[in-house]
Design a binder for this molecule. Sequence first.
Ligand code: Z5A
Length: 207
Amino acid sequence: MTKGKFITLEGCEGVGKSTNLEFIKAYLEAHNIPLVMTREPGGTALAEQIRELLLESRTESISEQTELLLMFAARSQHLKHVIRPALAAGNWVLCDRFTDATYAYQGGGRRMDIKTIEWLERLVQGTLKPDLTLLLDAPVDVGLKRIKQRGSLDRFEQEKLTFFENVRRAYLLQAELNPKRIKVINANRPLVDVQQMIIELLQRFMP
Ligand code: Z5A
């Protein structure tokens, strides 16, 4: 059986990940590609509980190290129970955020040591990396304006503007370092244009 493709969607808040995941799902299904759609942090019952711990605003502050370890704990569970089995069974896996988010948020946003993130990535993933990462990129204020229209903000969304600027910069650096895998899409355009670009990139991967 041919191993499925592992596709991830990345970007700062409000760039359109959820919107475009649904679009990609419909597109792949229309082409009869067996698909598992999932997200990080989360994707299994336990990993979803870890997600709640991470996103909830709380009085006890979460240390940067705790946050990083919880991200990888959830990922380890997700890989074992969802991602690896799905790929091995020939499914494509479409995932809302993955380890590039750790480089961006914990590395860029929280300023955590990149070598530690690389070490944890090797420990948890071995050599597994996405086949294709679509990085939706837009100025931070554009994305934040979109999510503020939605109402209440989670623990990350309450961060200051400089945090998100650092996250965006770290994402773009990841793309520069991994040009074959990570494709940057200008998400500050009408949705139809963003989706046209997504289709062009996906078509290179279709069987
Ligand atoms: N996190 C981390 O720190 N480290 C890690 O390793 C991982 C994650 C894996 C998870 O949140 C949090 O975890 C995340 C980072 C951290 N930080 N936060 N917050 P998440 O991924 O579930 O939540 P999010 O990034 O905040 O997603 P979001 O707010 O739902 O944004 P989105 O999915 O990118 O956007 P959307 O919901 O598709 O679109 C937002 C609105 O914009 C909506 O009304 C759309 O209709 C509209 N939209 C979308 N595209 C367009 C265009 N092109 N034009 C106009 N309007 C548009």
